[in-house]
Design a protein around this ligand. Structure first.
Ligand code: GRF
Length: 195
């Protein structure tokens, strides 16, 4: 069973969906670590409820990204982590982790990239009047939501949608797409074959 670490900063609904899937045997992996850069984030409570070990830290306690990523890397190695899944982790991943985990860091983003990268993607898509948006799972590189796309799923914007109802459907789609994508990456051993 391969070990996955999830990085998150907020509520953690994607974290919860992935942990539930792993517990039910729907993905061939164990969620062995939560890395969280906000010690007050709700995702930490979710992790404790599921017995997932947590490394929570405050970036301001470190000299910089290189210093806190060096500590994260130690924890990842101690837990024999094979794949990192970002799920609402609100920081750019730095060189330390990118070099240690080439093609083994993936992210989920709530738009059809390359449309609407960065923050508030759902609100910006809704306010643009687009008839369709969606969800993307991609490899992480040094840019902001710029790495190679692994999987995408459309979500239609309905006439009657509010920003909240659209957000709700996007989150449901995220949970399904992230689980399916992690499952196929792990089964095909493709998380490290992308060049
Ligand atoms: C998701 O919309 C994800 O795509 C984005 O951050 C949000 C995290 O939501 N990167 P949650 O914390 O998993 O509920």
């Amino acid at each position: 069973m391969k070990n996955i670490a999830i990085f998150a900063s907020g509520s953690g609904s994607n974290f919860e969906a992935i942990v539930n899937a792993a517990e039910k045997g729907e993905i061939p992996a164990k969620i062995s670590l939560l890395v969280c850069d906000r010690p007050e984030a709700y995702v930490i409570i979710r992790a404790r409820t599921h017995g997932v070990p947590v490394f929570a830290f405050s970036p301001k306690d470190y000299a910089g990204k290189e210093a806190y990523e060096a500590e994260i890397l130690e924890r990842l190695r101690a837990s024999d982590i094979h794949l990192i899944a970002l799920a609402g982790y609100m920081r750019m991943v730095g060189e330390t982790l990118l070099e240690a985990y080439p093609n083994r860091i993936v992210n989920i983003h709530p738009s059809l990239l390359p449309a609407f990268p960065g923050k508030d993607a759902i609100a910006r898509a809704y306010q643009s009047g687009a008839k369709q948006t969606g969800v993307t799972v991609h490899y992480v590189d040094a840019g902001m939501d710029t790495g190679p796309v692994i999987a995408q799923r459309d979500v239609k914007v309905l006439e009657e949608d509010t920003e909240e109802s659209l957000e709700e459907r996007i989150h449901q789609t995220e949970h399904l797409l992230y689980i399916q994508t992690l499952k196929s990456l792990l089964e095909q051993g493709e998380e490290s074959s992308q060049s």
